[in-house]
Design a protein around this ligand. Structure first.
Ligand code: ZN
Length: 248
């Protein structure tokens, strides 16, 4: 079975559609979403619907909880707070109910799925440095853990030959394939579909090949100008439109 594993769509329908088309061409028949389907972008309802029709597993992110009023928006920066309040007004009752029912963690085969960190998922810690990732291994029991949240793709691993960390951010990370070795465990950050922050504006996601026991980072061009135009038309903060062109 081959899965598209994606995160941080952030209401960017153009990016999500491009990623789903790419993953279909690559033979993925399963779909895992690691949360933050909404927030920042102009199409929260359409993204929730598209994901809801297709996902095999989906977990909630901090932007779901922010938009639903499940966490205090004082934790959000002013731009994220503005976007969360706008998203709250946009969400239809069925969409909100769907997001409210999402778990914080989910298991699938050899993988644990969580938005931010397997350690206290409700605290939304960022795994960014090599040490951040290595310290999170005691907090899940499967071979693999998929995370998002930082909007930066990378792979941490631990095993008998020592710790390893590969930053897959930027153009150099595109199409990098990492095969799983016996006796090692892995945390994979799949990057962001709808708002990359690693100086590569293309949408990021990971193909997980369960049988070949590997992950491959994909980067996908999409119509970022159309997504940015919708953000401006919705009177959301301009920075949210600008960063789609800059990839940071
Ligand atoms: Zn996010």
């Amino acid at each position: 079975m081959r899965y598209a594993v994606l995160s941080d769509v952030h209401g960017n329908l153009e990016a999500l559609s491009a990623v789903l088309a790419d993953s279909a061409r690559e033979g993925a028949t399963g779909l895992i979403c690691l949360g933050d389907a909404v927030g920042y972008g102009a199409d929260p309802n359409a993204c929730v619907e598209l994901l809801g029709e297709r996902v095999t597993r989906m977990v909630a992110g901090n932007h779901e909880h922010g938009a639903l009023g499940l966490i205090d928006l004082d934790w959000f920066n002013p731009v994220a707070r503005t976007a969360a309040l706008w998203t709250r007004e946009q969400l239809g009752p069925d969409h909100a109910a769907y997001l409210e029912a999402l778990p914080l963690t989910a298991a699938l085969g050899e993988a644990t799925c969580v938005h931010a960190s397997p350690r206290h998922p409700e605290e939304w810690d960022y795994l960014i440095s090599a040490e951040d990732g290595w310290s999170a291994f005691p907090d899940f029991s499967t071979r693999l853990c998929f995370v998002g949240h930082s909007h930066r793709p990378g792979v941490w691993s631990l095993g008998s030959s020592g710790p390893d960390f590969e930053d897959l951010g930027g153009p150099e990370g595109a199409d990098r394939r990492i095969g799983f070795h016996d006796g090692r465990r892995y945390i994979v950050n799949v990057g962001s579909v709808g708002q990359p922050r690693d100086w590569d504006r293309r949408a990021a996601y990971v193909l997980w090949d369960e049988d070949a026991r590997s992950v491959t980072l994909r980067r996908v061009e999409y119509d970022h100008r159309a997504a940015a135009h919708k953000i401006l038309a919705a009177s959301l903060p301009r920075v949210l439109a600008d960063r789609l062109a800059n990839g940071v």
